[in-house]
Ligand binder design. Structure first.
Ligand code: FES
Length: 105
């Protein structure tokens, strides 16, 4: 699935992500700035915080409890905030756009 990562200054980077990996893993593999993923995907750091394109909010799935409580530690949380390590890439997410928060740049 193609995923577009948008910087806080509007720079777009398109990545071809593999089904089954997380949106965070696809970003790290491709050197996307703004997604540090300090904990390596364990839902324990909140440095993989992204804003999900509103059109995809129903496709990325529900937040689990652990993600909800970790997002409390993220800065500038919005209603479309998610931890990208908790979103699994699938064909349904083709064309997904996520924006990285300014605080992670
Ligand atoms: Fe640490 Fe997602 S990589 S919470």
């Amino acid at each position: 699935a193609k995923i577009t990562y948008v910087d806080n200054d509007g720079t777009e980077r398109v990545v071809e992500a593999t089904n089954g990996e997380s949106v965070m893993e696809a970003a790290v593999k491709n050197g996307i700035p703004g997604i540090d993923a300090d904990c390596g995907g364990a839902c324990a750091c909140a440095t993989c915080h992204v804003y999900v394109d509103k059109a995809f909010m129903d496709k990325v799935g529900e937040q689990q409890e652990m993600e909800k409580s970790m997002l409390d530690f993220a800065e500038n949380v919005q209603e479309n905030s998610r931890l990208s390590c908790q979103i699994t890439v699938s064909d349904a997410l083709d064309g997904l756009r996520v924006t990285t928060p300014e605080s992670q740049h």
